[in-house]
Design a binder for this molecule. Structure first.
Ligand code: ATP
Ligand code: MG
Length: 449
């Protein structure tokens, strides 16, 4: 049942209203103090407030003070003010202070019932809207309730339906790609291709033909005409990742494309119009690159019509634990484990850690922790985050020290190499057979699966 607070010092009226409002859970208060106490305790969505409260019921000042206090404490409350006959001045004053409606005595319960019902409906609607506004439509990908991340999500929602060229700035592992994807998914182009290209990962001489495509015979090895990524994204979204790594000569060509929305394939003469929405990202400081002329200023202005700063994980209050919990579920499934959660020490260590590798680092640490953990809970040790207060007691046995260090290194490399044994071996500087024998020796059979 919905809670309705009735603030009135007239017990006769209280009784009358009790009959009329039997569909609600009724709360009563005779004074301002009592009303505020009820409000704090029950948070009723709707309040009826008689302005004539003791000590001087003939004067509306105490009632108006109560109204002000209610609006300050719970601004979404719908307050229906009840005034004396003809007391329009105070009624209007009350509306000015934030009352939802007013009603003049004598009370006609049927009319009041309708006003109250409308107030509840409106409150419910507004509550629903607030809930929807809070809800994160990127929820599956972007976990986080911190103000910093919510702000970035709100921006994504606003720009997604538009065509503005967006620049995502954030340290590595903060979720730039996730955000680029989200913008595409929330845009009218979502059923068209989303094409990503990492400008930093492709050798300079190949990047041009990757982006613009090439005509047959344009260079040795160009056996057939091939479309580039830009053309491939036609109708959809092009994500230029690590735009800061784009070589200067290609920056000119990219600029031309962004200005004129046409391309020419390498070795081609035909001008091809392309309709794409462009999103760029980088972990580099483009502002200082512009300053030292390693990034063209004109291109910078083209790509940064809107800039979204994705905050580092350490600036997202509370999100570390939230994301860690979600990832734990995922890794539990992946490794058929049933780890219930984190020890207090692990929680404290996670909150204190500065996470230079951001969410990617958190993923890696958790993955190895899930593999390593022996108990029901993940401890700070499993995460490999050393806290100041747990310097481990000196061990005398070198073999034990070595075994523990080797085990940790193996698990860590394994998680860094995306669970690939060959890469793990390469990373550790041992052969695959050596790695397998170590895995055998330390009982890390989980790793081979
Ligand atoms: N808010 C989040 N909640 C849960 N997982 C996330 C979140 N943000 C990012 N991730 C995950 O973290 C990993 C890194 O994200 P992503 O690749 O988008 O980061 P990036 O900024 O592009 O990193 P890099 O600079 O290394 O390319 C991905 O596996 C992604 O799914
Ligand atoms: Mg990335």
């Amino acid at each position: 049942m919905e809670k309705l607070l009735i603030v009135d010092d007239d017990l006769g009226i209280q009784k009358q209203l009790k009959w009329c409002f039997d569909g609600y859970e009724l709360l009563f208060a005779e004074t301002r103090e009592a009303a505020i106490a009820q409000l704090k305790r029950h948070e009723p969505p709707v309040v009826t407030l008689d302005l004539g409260l003791p000590p001087d019921p003939a004067n509306a000042s105490e009632g108006l003070a109560a109204l002000e206090e209610i609006m300050a404490l719970a601004p979404t409350t719908k307050v229906i003010v009840i005034t004396g006959n003809d007391d329009t001045a105070h009624a209007l004053k009350a509306i000015e202070l934030g009352a939802y409606d007013f009603y003049q005595k004598p009370i006609d319960t049927d009319t009041l019932a309708i006003i109250v019902e409308r107030a509840f409906k409106l409150h419910q609607l507004e509550e629903e809207n607030r809930r929807l506004a809070r809800r994160n439509p990127l929820i599956n990908q972007v976990i986080g309730e911190s103000t910093a991340i919510q702000k970035a999500c709100r921006m994504v929602e606003k720009i997604s339906p538009t065509e503005v060229t967006t620049l995502l700035l954030g340290q590595s592992g903060t979720g730039k790609e996730v955000f680029a994807n989200a913008i595409h998914e929330l845009s009218p182009r979502s059923d068209k291709p989303f094409i990503a290209i990492n400008c930093g990962a492709i050798p300079e001489n190949l990047l041009e033909s990757e982006l613009f495509g090439y005509e047959k015979g344009a260079f040795t090895g160009a056996h057939k005409t091939t479309k580039g990524k830009i053309e491939g994204a036609d109708g959809g979204t092009l994500f230029l990742d690590e735009i800061g790594d784009m070589p200067l000569n290609l920056q000119v060509k990219l600029l031309r494309f962004l200005q004129e929305r046409v391309i020419e394939r390498v070795g081609g003469r035909q001008v091809i119009p392309v309709d794409v929405r462009v999103i760029c990202a980088t972990h580099q400081n483009l502002y200082s690159m512009v300053e030292d002329k390693s990034f063209r200023e004109d291109l910078f202005y083209r790509v940064s019509e809107i800039v979204i700063n994705i905050p580092p994980l350490k600036d997202r209050d509370g999100d570390v634990v939230l994301i860690a919990r979600a990832l734990l579920q995922r890794f539990n499934q992946q490794f058929s484990k049933n780890i219930k959660g984190f020890t207090d020490k692990a929680m404290a260590a996670m909150s204190r850690h500065s996470w230079p590798g951001n969410i990617r680092e958190l993923q890696n640490k958790l993955k190895s922790a899930v593999i390593m953990a022996e108990g029901q809970l993940i401890d700070a040790d499993d995460l490999g985050i050393l806290s100041d207060d747990d310097a481990s007691p000196l061990r005398l046995n070198l073999r034990e020290v070595r075994e523990e260090a080797e085990t940790k290194a193996i698990v860590h490399a394994y998680s860094l190499s995306d669970s690939n044994m060959s890469k793990t071996a390469a990373m550790l500087g041992v052969t695959r057979p050596t790695l397998y024998s170590l895995v055998e020796k330390y009982n890390l059979s989980d790793l081979k699966g």
